[in-house]
Design a protein around this ligand. Structure first.
Ligand code: MLT
Length: 262
């Protein structure tokens, strides 16, 4: 399906019936990372999974994609589809957006799942790294970003033993437009810290961490869960930053157990 929101054309799926789960992917990915969860949850829930602006089949305007602007895209989609409040599941950059979303639209959030993500802002060094990568993407295209990100996306054991997973993930990254890459990199670099927000989160929250995540160390997820009142933490074994694809069964089980309680 396709919807025009905030002058962006968002491609999304909206399937199933019941409580809505909104799955938000990370960078530079697409809703395809949630395919196993979409298949599992459309049986008992309404599942909405968009391609974020600049990613997948959505349109890719030029400019900086702030997390707040992307959160507004999500809220506009929720309003269009009349599906709130939602269980918001945000993977990595999708998690950064979930914090921006919660700040602005907490009335639309039934529960939060912070998935392989972090609350802190980028360090100065991290910001420089993002800008260098944005400039490389402008010069060399998506291949430069895929080359840098892919080795960190998956747990080392997945990268060495699962070509059936590595290649589709590479393909998703290569399909991301240069505007999408550059806009997201600059938007992530500009995001504020959400550390001060954590103690104020007052919806049921699940933190999901990949045991071998090379981008967000499991210890950081643990600290984030400790800072959120009554948050639960689930560590996904045999998985890195892309736990939804690396160990889909464990992710489905963790989400199912959480959803049953809220
Ligand atoms: C993501 O998966 O969204 C990115 O790794 C996030 C980031 O680069 O900080």
């Amino acid at each position: 399906m396709f919807a025009a929101v905030n002058e962006v054309g968002l491609s999304f799926i909206d399937e199933g019936e019941g409580q809505t789960i909104l799955f938000v992917h990370g960078f530079p990915l697409s809703r395809a990372i949630w395919q196993p969860q979409i298949e599992a949850f459309t049986k008992n829930y309404r599942v909405i999974a968009p391609d974020l602006r600049g990613h997948g089949e959505s349109s890719a305007p030029a400019g900086v994609y702030t997390m707040a602007a992307c959160a507004e895209d999500l809220q506009a989609l929720i309003e269009k589809r009349k599906c709130g409040p939602v269980v918001l599941v945000g993977h990595s950059m999708g998690g950064y957006m979930s914090f921006a979303f919660y700040r602005k639209f907490s009335q639309s959030v039934r529960a939060l799942v912070l998935f392989c993500t972090r609350a802190g802002a980028d360090s100065e060094e991290g910001k420089i790294g993002r800008e260098n990568l944005a400039q490389r993407a402008e010069r060399e295209g998506a291949a430069a970003v895929a080359e840098q990100m892919l080795p960190k996306m998956l747990a080392p054991a997945t990268s060495s033993s699962r070509p059936d997973l590595v290649e589709p993930v590479r393909k998703i990254m290569l399909a991301t437009s240069v505007n999408g890459l550059v806009g997201s990199l600059r938007g992530m670099a500009a995001r504020p810290s959400a550390l001060e927000l954590l103690p104020k989160i007052n919806v049921p929250t699940l933190v999901v961490a990949g045991e071998n995540d090379l981008i967000v160390p499991a210890s950081e997820s643990e600290a984030m869960a400790n800072a959120i009142p009554n948050a639960e933490l689930v560590m996904i074994p045999h998985a890195g930053h892309l736990a939804s694809l690396e160990n889909p069964e464990a992710v489905v089980a963790a989400l199912r157990a959480f959803l049953a309680k809220i």
